[in-house]
Design a protein around this ligand. Structure first.
Ligand SMILES: C[S@@+](CC[C@H](N)C(=O)[O-])C[C@H]1O[C@@H](n2cnc3c(N)ncnc32)[C@H](O)[C@@H]1O
Ligand code: SF4
Length: 385
């Protein structure tokens, strides 16, 4: 029998604009030097929200996440209008987590209290590094002083904050990362997202990498940095609860837990994805990415959806494994079997246990070991066979 788990229901809102494009980033983010007519966008978001709320009205919203791009470029009135519309269209839990991503520029920090007044109760700040030379290398527009100031203002303003750092940067030594991470933990309240620098396709960093002008750590050294990260965070009371996310107990991002626990979510705005269970079928939606095209599509049809896919049980099971095995809490084998219609044989589990790739937490729950996190796709493939 499948283990019932309260996976929550999240609303994701994507704001696709940034002040400048960072050379490592392949997110759906665009720079508009001529400015953005935010009123026009508010109308389009409202219309697309209305479309998705018709598909998911009966669900209680447990989290809202404003991501990007750089949502802290939204005028406070824009954010307020979008949150009000979510409350209009859905039943939002009183204690819903309402998170927003922000860049640490001083202009954006000035808007923090207005965002809080509109209901944002968790801010996730893109600090990326606590070294000026590396912030310049990453093409960021802020320096360390601004980042720390933004974190301090955020701590005074929001009950919960987190910040992102990118490590495994070129020439970074273990000693340097250890110092930077310890400093970050001093500033962080109770949540940190720590990502190893990845060379994404079609980015300026990829061109430099291909031309031999940018080196990232060899796998063994990247592994050593990862282990160091785990050990420091564990020792400082911020253990990993997901491959790249660390939190004090109870401070985990509830919205992201909904993704990883394979719950339903509606994604609104350019390039957003959704997963909704409709008539017992897991259904995926993808919305047009290019902002101006999305605006036109929403104007014509009331939504920017270009792809709808009803997932078959096998696809559903594969997705659930891929998401769930990122989590320290692990996954329920019986839930996997119920969703996928597959049966996991003891020998599959036993062989992964013997290889040290997974750990068994109970008869029903397994999780990936630290070794297994490095070959997650292979572990998923072995279980899904
Ligand atoms: C959508 S961005 C965060 C919001 C905000 N725009 C910012 O950059 O501060 C999500 C996070 O992904 C991480 N990230 C993006 N591209 C990355 C890459 N190529 N390698 C590692 N981390 C990356 C960064 O830490 C970034 O803060
Ligand atoms: S990392 Fe953030 S600020 Fe930089 S381009 Fe990507 S979304 Fe925009």
């Amino acid at each position: 029998m499948a283990v019932a788990q309260d996976t929550g229901f999240g609303i994701y809102i994507h704001w696709p604009f940034c002040e400048a494009k960072c050379p490592y980033c392949d997110f759906n983010s665009h720079v508009r030097h001529g400015g953005v007519n935010q009123k026009e966008y508010i109308d389009a978001y409202r219309r697309e929200m209305s479309y998705f709320s018709d598909l998911s009205k009966e669900k209680k919203v447990t989290s809202i996440f404003l991501g990007g791009g750089t949502p802290s470029l939204m005028q406070p009135e824009t954010l307020d209008a979008l949150l009000k519309e979510v409350h209009n269209l859905w039943d939002v839990a009183d204690n819903a987590e309402i998170s927003m991503e922000a860049n640490p520029s001083s202009v954006e920090a000035e808007r923090f209290s207005a965002y809080h007044e509109s209901g944002v109760n968790r801010l996730s700040i893109g600090v990326q590094s606590l070294k000026d030379v590396d912030l310049r290398f990453l093409g960021r527009l802020h320096d360390v002083e601004q980042a720390i100031k933004a974190v301090e203002i955020a701590r005074e303003t929001f009950p919960r904050i987190s910040f992102d750092l990118i490590y495994a940067r070129p020439n970074q030594t273990e000693r340097e990362w250890e110092e930077e991470l310890n400093l970050a933990i001093d500033y962080a309240a109770d949540h940190l997202s720590l990502y190893q620098l990845t060379i994404e396709p079609d980015t300026p960093f990829q061109k430099l990498f291909d031309a031999g002008k940018l080196q990232i750590p060899e796998p063994d050294f990247a592994r050593a940095l990862y282990d160091l990260t785990q050990d420091i965070c564990q020792a400082r009371g911020m253990p990993a609860y997901e491959v790249s996310n660390h939190a004090k107990k109870g401070a985990e991002s509830r919205h992201n837990l909904t993704y990883w626990r394979y719950g339903d979510y509606a994604g609104i705005g350019p390039g957003a994805h959704s997963r909704l269970t409709i008539d017992d079928e897991r259904t995926g939606f993808i919305v047009e990415s290019y902002p101006e095209t999305w605006l036109l599509e929403v104007g014509k049809k009331g939504h920017g959806i270009w792809n709808v896919e009803v997932l078959n049980p096998e696809q559903t099971g594969d997705e659930m494994l891929l998401m769930g095995l990122r989590l320290k809490e692990g996954i329920s084998l019986s839930r996997y079997e119920a969703l996928s219609g597959r049966y996991i044989e003891d020998k599959q589990v036993n062989s992964l246990l013997a290889d040290g790739m997974i750990e068994r937490l109970s008869d029903d729950i397994v999780r990936v070991s630290r070794e297994g996190w490095f070959v997650l796709d292979a572990v998923v493939a072995d279980l899904a066979m």
